[in-house]
Design a protein around this ligand. Sequence first.
Ligand code: GLN
Length: 193
Amino acid sequence: MTVGVLALQGAFALHQRILESLGVATTQVRAPRELAGIDAVVIPGGESSTMSMLLERGELWEPLAERLADGMPAFGTCAGAILLGREILDGRDDQRCLAAIDVAVRRNGYGRQVDSFEEPLAVAGLDRAVNGVFIRAPVIEAVGSGVEVLSSLDVGSGSAQPVLCRERTILVSTFHPELSGDARLHEMFLESI
Ligand code: GLN
């Protein structure tokens, strides 16, 4: 199995390193022909509007959307979660999403004051917390009935926001799991496929 890491922009290198530490072959994806040899894809954090534009400019949008529609597994982190969702709130007018998972995601949803923070997160199926590193993170505002919420962030007054969600073999996190020196979420993704 080869996992492609979308490498147009953003935080792709550490994803590759973590996947390789788990014994998986990886390849960077920048061009349509590079999609042909991959069995799953990681869409990293970065800037979702820039990635959307680069995907279109590089003629990667349609072939990537087709592979996802055919059931290719994907793990999207932060900007990657925005791209994989079905609806973007507060997006740039020209940015698109791939609609691979039934979530509505608000860009930069934690506002400016708290645009970066870390929080330990309990994750379904894991015995120890994961350190959630949130960097100008989006907020998942709505999830469809087929979506499992695997972790939520307590945001006070009894409410919690989903931060790790899965639908079939599409996994998204609004935080950066590759930054916490912890391979367990990548392992969880690989186990699901
Ligand atoms: N704010 C970025 C966006 O809108 C996401 C930030 C990130 O990936 N760390 O795409």
